[in-house]
Design a protein. Structure first.
Length: 559
């Protein structure tokens, strides 16, 4: 579900849909642990807690505006949608069942269970209607509104041609929601775990106005936990069990303590001193941690890439220049010397382990890498040649650019590494580095106020489209403004013409990925393997979703 900003990951039976393609991603983080599965409080009544970290602070808790993985994790913990992932199983949350569409895949009818907001108000079908309309309304400026494309009238609403009230969702009664699509969407139900599709309390939005979602006191919660002590800018917050949650009997951890830590050495020391139960590490600390019995390396469906702002720097419109920048990066060396966390080279945008060919069961990323992978391999000689030719075609002799990074330790090292390799291999290129706080970098990236920036994406759902759709010409996440008509056509065909033809849809998505790689519309760098130190034996039953978010429902900890 998720925008990642460099080091911040920053979404069939009647009951439960098994997503086999996501099995390698949705692993139980602590499968080796076998803690006590008794209730969260014992005879003493002591609270059970779990202390973890994030790489930075929460940006927003407005479901319509969430874009980064930190805010997304907090939303997963404290809010609920129609469905929720239990590892790689898609299961009903506020809906009473995972439903089968009717009308050739274009109509979904959801029954809403008897559930309440944290303030005691009933959660009704109208809360979904209000939330969905609010998200898709251009006035809200939701960057995730594009996910609604294909729902009746959504595209016209986003284009300002129709009112949000015409969106294809209606409350048949207080407990029934009917959604109408313009065409079948193969991955529609998997998108419903994204906060953009969560219900919203119209009462709360009206009451808090522009403050809604900016602090914990300006929110109501529908999920397993309530956010406590978050004032919008602080570096620590708590998530306490929500007794109003419909499935509270399966919420066994009473409180989750979260601390934002940018420095991996600080994270390492806090774990070793017992103040963190789960620490994520990078750099020297990640390398050091691999020999620790508490080490866990978690492969994620997350790809990090460089975006080049073609609107601000016209030279980036030149394909040879983009290819040269990509081919001058020694990805293996970068991972070994800078990240040191076991991450793997990304030959293309779509991560490995996300989806498999419906006919051959081959991995999508591996199939796509057969074409164009030379453009993501280290080849400084060819890079220099392409760079020189590209500059000439652009009418330039040299080029000065700014690389935007955030102020985390890993981001700083990444910026320095890229600056050095670019200036060493690309004659006439001068790179300056602008280091800003994460939240500022997120805002500047969104506003297009950058020349080059390292960003990333984590899967919203187990389908290549969650990555490939980002770089269509008009997508709000296409921050570099790369544009290719053939690419747009292929992505559109995968959603419409071939929506119900799995093999043909797979083929056009492969063609799209191969075209993006050849053109280097964005420059893929690595797929993340996140290094963790986790307190042994304390937690059991903790799973991760296809997008890499923790699912604390069902997890237990020892006191």
């Amino acid at each position: 579900m998720t925008l990642i900003i460099e080091e911040v990951i920053i979404m069939k039976k009647t009951y439960g849909v098994k997503i086999a393609a996501a099995a390698t991603v949705a692993v139980a983080l602590l499968s080796a642990c076998s803690g006590n599965k008794s209730s969260s409080t014992g005879s003493t009544g002591a609270k059970t807690t779990w202390s973890r970290m994030e790489g930075d602070i929460i940006s927003t808790m407005d479901p319509s505006l969430i874009t980064d993985a930190i805010s997304g994790q907090a939303a997963t913990d404290t809010m609920a949608g129609l469905y929720r992932y239990d590892g790689s199983d898609l299961q009903p949350d506020l809906a009473t069942a995972v439903v089968k569409p009717t009308n050739s895949g274009k109509t979904y009818t959801f029954k809403i269970r008897n559930a309440k907001w944290s303030n005691g108000d009933a959660i009704t079908a109208n809360d979904f209607v209000f939330g969905w309309r609010r998200t898709v309304d251009p006035a809200t400026k939701s960057q995730y509104a594009y996910l609604y494309s294909g729902i009746e009238n959504a595209d016209a609403i986003m284009a300002g041609k129709k009112k949000a009230s015409t969106l294809g969702i209606k409350a048949v009664n207080k407990s029934t929601v009917e959604v109408t699509l313009e065409h079948a969407i193969p991955y529609f139900e998997t998108m419903l775990v994204n906060p953009a599709f969560f219900p919203q309390s119209e009462k709360a939005v009206d009451q808090y106005g522009s403050k809604y979602g900016t602090q914990s006191k300006y929110l109501v919660f529908s999920g397993p936990y309530k956010l406590v002590g978050w004032n919008g800018t602080n570096n620590s917050w708590k998530e306490t069990k929500n007794d109003s949650y419909w499935d509270k009997k399966n919420v066994h951890i009473d409180q989750i303590n979260v601390t934002a830590i940018k420095d991996p050495s600080t994270a390492y020391n806090l774990f070793k001193s017992g103040k963190l139960d789960d620490a994520s590490l990078t750099g020297d600390q990640a390398a050091q941690a691999k020999s620790d019995p508490s080490y866990q390396g978690v492969k994620q469906a997350s790809t990090f890439y460089l975006e080049m702002n073609e609107k601000k720097i016209p030279a980036f419109k030149n394909t040879k220049i983009r290819q040269a920048i990509s081919m001058t990066i020694n990805r293996e060396e970068y991972i070994k010397k800078v990240l040191q966390d076991g991450s793997i080279v990304a030959p293309n945008l779509t991560p490995s382990g996300l989806a498999t060919d419906p006919a051959t069961k081959k991995d999508f990323s591996a199939e796509a890498a057969k074409t164009g992978s030379q453009y993501t391999k280290y080849n400084p000689k060819e890079a220099t040649k392409l760079w020189t030719e590209g500059l000439k075609e652009a009418g330039l002799k040299d080029l000065n650019i700014e690389l935007l990074t955030d102020d985390g330790e890993n981001s700083k090292k990444t910026g320095e590494y890229l600056q050095n390799t670019f200036e060493k291999n690309l004659p006439g290129l001068k790179v300056s580095i602008s280091t800003v706080p994460f939240k500022t970098r997120l805002a500047r990236s969104t506003a297009g106020q950058f020349d080059m920036v390292m960003g990333g994406w984590s899967a919203d759902f187990p389908d290549p489209i969650t990555f490939l759709d980002l770089f269509t010409s008009n997508n709000s996440y296409n921050r570099g403004k790369w544009s290719n008509a053939e690419y747009d056509k292929l992505i559109d065909e995968s959603k419409t013409t071939y929506a119900n033809n799995a093999e043909k849809r797979w083929d056009v998505l492969l063609q799209a990925q191969e075209l993006l790689t050849k053109e280097q519309g964005v420059i893929p760098i690595y797929q993340r393997v996140q290094a963790h130190l986790v307190k042994q034996g304390k937690i059991s039953g903790l799973k991760t979703t296809p997008g890499g978010a923790y699912d604390f429902v069902g997890a237990t900890v020892k006191k």
